[in-house]
Design a protein around this ligand. Structure first.
Ligand code: DGL
Length: 255
């Protein structure tokens, strides 16, 4: 079984790619909705939460854990790898592909406050984009909107305008969706921003990395979705965001 974790529904954008590429695996997803958002929390709290989720998945017999959350990856993946004898596949803002794609030499990074202040993120920029102009922007309202299932409309357009105006004015031509919640706003972003803007979402690449691990196929592959918040709300959001994964969701009580 592969465990997939996020602060809420964002990681479903990764789960659907994993399900596509690994149809023969048992998957357990946990949205830590009761503690969402992670992006504005302290590094200590984000670490504590990811350890609580991993403890549960490891007890359930996970053979690999996908940290489908940029914030948790940037803040906690090193500590997780040091603590558990399990393979961890994390996700981080796609600075490398963005650097390869830009023609103007300016890229925009949309991510959480936690991701943008993490050392791992600064390292990524130094490694792949030291000769580029990199404009960063935390987007907490994007997470709130997606968690409410609001993917289009005036509130979304206002948030897009607020978060992207400066980078578009600075001629950024590639925007990184550096948080697993943001791909659900891609149709709205494409609709609102100029046609030449390219977007980087690393969900599919993460799923490819997962499929490169040696994994035992399941005879009856299943997808289980758990939440530390309201399971009915989670089921509704799964139907809305990833109807292909549609399944009843269950409450998970964690310390
Ligand atoms: N989806 C998460 C990420 O990729 C975290 C969003 C949040 O909880 O603030 O960073």
């Amino acid at each position: 079984m592969i465990g997939v974790i996020d602060s809420g529904v964002g990681g479903l954008s990764v789960l659907r790619e994993i399900r596509n590429q690994l149809p023969d695996q048992d998957l357990i997803y946990i949205g830590d909705t009761a503690w969402c958002p992670y992006g504005t929390k302290s590094f200590r709290e984000i670490c504590q939460r990811t350890f609580a989720l991993t403890d549960f998945l490891s007890d359930r017999g996970a053979s690999a854990i996908v940290v489908a959350c940029n914030s948790a990856t940037i803040v906690a993946i090193q500590a997780l790898r040091a603590h558990y004898p399990l393979p961890f596949i994390g996700m981080e803002p796609g600075v490398k592909p963005a650097a390869a794609l830009t023609r103007t030499g300016t890229i925009g990074v949309l991510a959480t406050e936690a991701s943008l202040s993490g050392q791992k993120f600064h390292h990524l920029v130094n490694q792949h984009a030291h000769d580029l102009r990199v404009i960063t922007q935390p987007c907490p309202r994007f997470v709130e909107l997606v968690e409410q299932g609001i993917l289009t409309g005036p509130e979304v357009d206002d948030a897009i305008e607020e978060y992207t105006a400066a980078m578009i004015a600075a001629e950024a031509d590639v925007l990184i969706l550096g948080c697993s919640h943001y791909p659900f706003l891609l149709p709205a972003l494409k609709n609102k921003l100029p046609n030449h803007i390219r977007f980087i979402d690393t969900g599919e690449a993460i799923a490819r990395r997962v499929s490169s691990h040696p994994l035992t196929p399941s005879i009856t592959p299943s997808t289980e979705i758990l939440t530390t918040g309201d399971p009915e709300k989670m089921s509704h959001l799964v139907n809305l965001l990833t109807p292909e994964l549609s399944t009843p969701c269950f409450f998970l009580s964690l310390p």
